[in-house]
Write a protein that binds this ligand. Structure first.
Ligand SMILES: [Zn+2]
Length: 370
């Protein structure tokens, strides 16, 4: 199996398919379509608009209204055109290298091989939905509705982002919100009449401290990070404007609401005479908590791993993925269920060859245990 897996992986790694290289992403979707056609699945290239390549839907039960399981992975990478020519697929010292080899092509190919090698009776018994989306690396802007709609039809979901370098899977992910807060003050000459100025930078600095105090790193595990502060123009002027950008993270949506309301409340406070504040939440993404239903899935995967001779280990991750959007519609989901690797989004990205076979066989086993 390893040999054909690597051959299939090489084919899709050696195609430039950054999120905005739509033709490349579609090319990968077409290759995977051909693979699924070859094992008798019904397939459909999914048109998600002109800002993304095509997605792929494949199923063993065409026309099903409900699916027992959804397998998701993404077809795009973060790398620009020309990357493949610079550093194509290669295998050395037990690792695979090449753009997107782990994130997320390892998962794309692992799902296919798991289904190709699945037991006939499992395929007869279960309705399986495979959803490959083309734009995860740009927040699935074109595919998120399609994914959410598919997830609603599925009893459970497995997202095959790569496993962590340690081999661990992901059972929960933090949600996130991003804020832009703009402070307006009054400009004045720093030497002649500083008393007439109202410093937007000073207000933003005080606000930064207050906003940061909304976090509860130790207890609830929430964080509020003012990652950017931009204000003033020249050194000898009381600054008229300042903008801060805030990133917040939370393990559940309730804590998230609390933090977001806290930021809104701060924005309504008085930050100095002549200072006005404008707070805009740019985005919010839901948390992926490890619910009781998700725990059942974790247990099934633990058992499948054990049957393949290894112990599954799990992490709770601070970053988000499509799994957050699947969790949002109430479908139990776990993530990172694919061969393991590291250094994602960099030219040092690698995939651990020693995790390919047992993870892929584990994916087939999961079907048997459902
Ligand atoms: Zn990914």
């Amino acid at each position: 199996m390893l040999e054909t897996y690597l051959k299939d992986l090489e084919e899709v790694v050696n195609i430039d398919c950054g999120s905005s290289t739509c033709a490349g992403v579609t090319r990968v979707a077409e290759i995977m379509k051909r693979h699924y056609d070859s094992i008798g699945f019904a397939t459909e290239l999914v048109d998600l608009g002109d800002k993304a390549g095509k997605g792929l839907f494949a199923t063993n039960k065409p026309g099903a209204e409900k699916f027992d399981i959804m397998f998701n992975a993404h077809l795009d990478t973060v790398f620009p055109e020309g990357t493949v020519a610079e550093r194509p697929f290669r295998v050395a010292d037990g690792k695979v290298y090449g753009p997107g080899c782990a994130d997320c092509k390892a998962g794309v190919i692992a799902i296919f091989h798991a289904l190709k090698n699945a037991r006939r009776e499992d395929l007869d018994r279960l309705a399986i939905a495979v959803c490959y989306n083309p734009d995860e690396e740009v927040s699935s802007l074109s595919s998120r509705e399609w994914l959410a709609g598919m997830a609603r039809k599925c009893t459970r979901a497995i997202v095959s982002e790569p496993g962590r370098a340690s081999g661990a899977f992901v059972r929960s992910r933090k949600g996130r919100s991003v804020w832009n807060v703009t402070f307006h003050g009054v400009a004045a000459h720093a030497g002649n009449n500083p008393q007439d100025g109202r410093s937007a930078v000073l207000a933003a600095a005080k606000f930064t401290i207050a906003a940061t105090e909304l976090q509860d790193l130790e207890g609830k595990g929430t964080s509020v990070t003012v990652g950017v502060i931009q204000g003033g123009t020249v050194c000898n002027t009381v600054p008229e404007t300042c903008v801060i950008k805030i990133d917040t993270r939370r393990w559940n949506d309730e804590d998230g609401r609390e933090i977001d309301e806290g930021i809104e409340a701060l924005a309504r406070q008085n930050w100095g005479d002549g200072i006005t504040v404008e707070a805009v939440r740019l985005s919010v993404s839901p948390a992926m908590p490890c619910t009781d239903k998700a725990k059942e899935l974790v247990e099934i995967i633990n058992e499948a791993a054990r049957l393949e001779g290894f112990d599954a280990t799990w992490v709770d991750a601070g970053g988000g993925s499509d799994a957050n959007r699947i969790a949002q519609v109430g479908t139990p989901v776990v993530d990172g269920i694919a061969p393991a690797g590291g250094c994602f989004h960099s030219e040092r990205e690698y995939l651990r060859v020693d995790t390919i076979e047992n993870r892929t066989r584990m994916l087939s086993r999961i079907l048997t245990l459902l």
